[in-house]
Design a protein around this ligand. Structure first.
Ligand code: ZN
Length: 101
């Protein structure tokens, strides 16, 4: 069995975080699914409290005026200039395709 180097472990971590199935991870790393499964199990044991999915940092001061309705809202990040309501409205109309997750 080949040794796992840091890069492979990192890639495994990334794929896992994205919710990739073992088969996909195995293919990406050119390893057997058994090898990947064992690695994941060890991984989980070593990290009993995995970090939640990466989230943009929201600071207390990131309040912005919504571009559409002028309401103050808590911005989720750079480029977020619409409040949740307006964003939902736009999304319903299909105008925000690909802008938000
Ligand atoms: Zn708004």
């Amino acid at each position: 069995m080949r040794h796992w180097d840091d890069q492979e472990v990192q890639q495994l971590e990334r794929l896992l975080a994205r919710g990739a199935p073992v088969e996909v991870i195995a293919k990406a790393l050119k390893r057997s699914t058994g090898s990947v499964t064992r690695k994941i199990q060890r991984f989980k044991k070593n990290r009993p409290a995995p970090k939640p999915a990466r989230r943009p940092a929201v600071t207390a001061t990131s309040k912005r005026k919504c571009l559409a309705c002028g309401r103050l809202f808590r911005s989720e990040g750079i480029g977020n200039r619409l409040c949740g309501l307006c964003k939902d409205n736009l999304r319903d109309m299909g105008h925000l395709e690909g802008v938000t997750k």
